[in-house]
Write a protein that binds this ligand. Structure first.
Ligand SMILES: Nc1ncnc2c1ncn2[C@@H]1O[C@H](COP(=O)(O)OP(=O)(O)OP(=O)(O)O)[C@@H](O)[C@H]1O
Length: 238
């Protein structure tokens, strides 16, 4: 099994003399090719969860397994390499580099992970084409619309062929139409390239593109078994 597994994960923040239990005994598996959403109120632990899945933070207890490795066992140097090679991030805003064109936004990430090969450039173009940016390769971020910028960020998340895609409120800066487009594309790319993908969102309208929904409350994560994407799609087509 590839994808990511959380086994009885807890995270405690030390704040002066107080301890904050931000994640409380979370277990979850996201398989390759599966796209899941995590929703929940402010302060419930979503960012903490995503930071641990993304190897930006380590759990206080439990195991986080990615590519047969427990992320808790890695040292900071290995964690940094792991992040670069195995994790694709899509954030609230696209965070593109202002002076690089669309194609270079991807190539620079590839270069950071190692040598840039000719086939990497072909793969970058294929990804951008797949995200509807085939005619925008030479454009700078300032020449793109908000949706196009976010689509470039999606392509960038996939360029290193990571094991997992993590999206943190990827529609926060977009209008409703663009938001649908962007989440639909994340779902499509994750399925096509057989990646495990997790999206944290406040936006319940985006759930129809996900295979499963988990609800976070006070650091606990519950699978919403009543969620059926087919039901939403059927209701919308009526
Ligand atoms: N560095 C930290 N030190 C201490 N407490 C923290 C730290 N980061 C988060 N917390 C606490 O942990 C809990 C979970 O926070 P987290 O940011 O994960 O929630 P969230 O669901 O992402 O919230 P939001 O939707 O507002 O971003 C909160 O009680 C928060 O105050």
């Amino acid at each position: 099994m590839s994808g990511i597994q959380f086994k009885n994960v807890s995270k405690i923040y030390q704040q002066g003399e107080n301890q904050v239990l931000a994640l409380n005994d979370i277990s979850l598996t996201v398989d390759q090719g599966e796209f899941v959403a995590v929703i929940g109120p402010s302060g419930s632990g979503k960012s903490t969860f995503l930071a641990i899945a993304g190897a930006l933070l380590q759990a206080s207890e439990g195991e986080v397994i990615l590519k047969e490795k427990n992320l808790n066992d890695l040292n900071p140097k290995d964690l940094a390499r792991f992040r670069l090679e195995e994790i694709g991030f899509i954030l609230q805003t696209s965070n593109l580099i202002p002076y690089l064109n669309v194609l270079e936004q991807l190539l620079v990430v590839k270069r950071m992970a190692g040598k840039l090969l000719k086939e990497d450039k072909e793969y970058a173009k294929e990804l951008l084409q797949s995200l509807g940016l085939g005619s925008k390769l030479e454009k700078l971020p300032e020449q793109l619309s908000g949706g196009e910028r976010q689509r470039t960020a999606i392509a960038r998340a996939f360029i290193n062929d990571p094991s997992i895609i993590l999206a943190d409120e990827p529609t926060a800066s977009l209008d409703s139409k663009k938001a649908h487009e962007v989440v639909q594309l994340i779902a499509k790319e994750a399925k096509m390239r057989n990646k495990a993908a997790i999206m944290v969102t406040h936006d319940e309208r985006m759930l129809e593109y996900c295979d499963k929904v988990y609800r976070m409350e006070d650091g606990r994560l519950e699978h919403d078994a009543s969620f059926r994407p087919e039901k939403i799609q059927a209701a919308q087509s009526r």
